[in-house]
Write a protein of this length. Sequence first.
Length: 216
Amino acid sequence: MPLPIAHSAAGLAGYLAFKKAKPDSPPKQEIFLLGLCLFLANLSDLDFVPGFLCGDPGRFHHGLSHSLAVGLIGAMIFYRFAGYRLKRISKKRVFGCCLVSLLSHPVLDYFSADTSKPFGVPLFWPFDTEYYISPFPLFRIVQRNQETIGTFFATILNPNNAWGIAVETLFAGTVLFAIFAFKSRSKPVLSLSSLLLSILCGLFYYSLQIKPNLIV
Ligand SMILES: [Zn+2]
């Protein structure tokens, strides 16, 4: 699984992708929708909570909350609730934001390295109970000792995860600058500058990502 940095970047990307150039909705509703996107993009990892409660943090992790079907159902539920609060934002946009944010999570986890069984995520549950993982990982494994709550937090800060923060920050820059370049295409200078920044982040991301994977 990636860190919350890459997941939050996916949620922010979902928010920006559906945002109008000049939104006519109240700023409070825009902030609520942005917060909802960030929350939903990380929601699947709340499957750590029951594990924390029973003293075995990783016990339920990468379970059914990492299925695309559960993400779709979650998007419909959150869309219903958010729709009442976001009356000035189009229904299509709210649903699109909920859907992209929730589905981005299992997809990013699919592209992450994983060293503990079962490898990957149950992407197609309940239609298929297999776990799937990409042969080309885009994110490093988050290293931690999940035996107890104490070891989980004591081992979460380490050089591997610090490297992961750098990699995921560059991944976020690559995606977000690319969206910004597309969104500002009516302003050629701004759009081109954003595109160049996206390419630059992408090149650094690639070089930082590949080297440690070869070492591991
Ligand atoms: Zn996850």
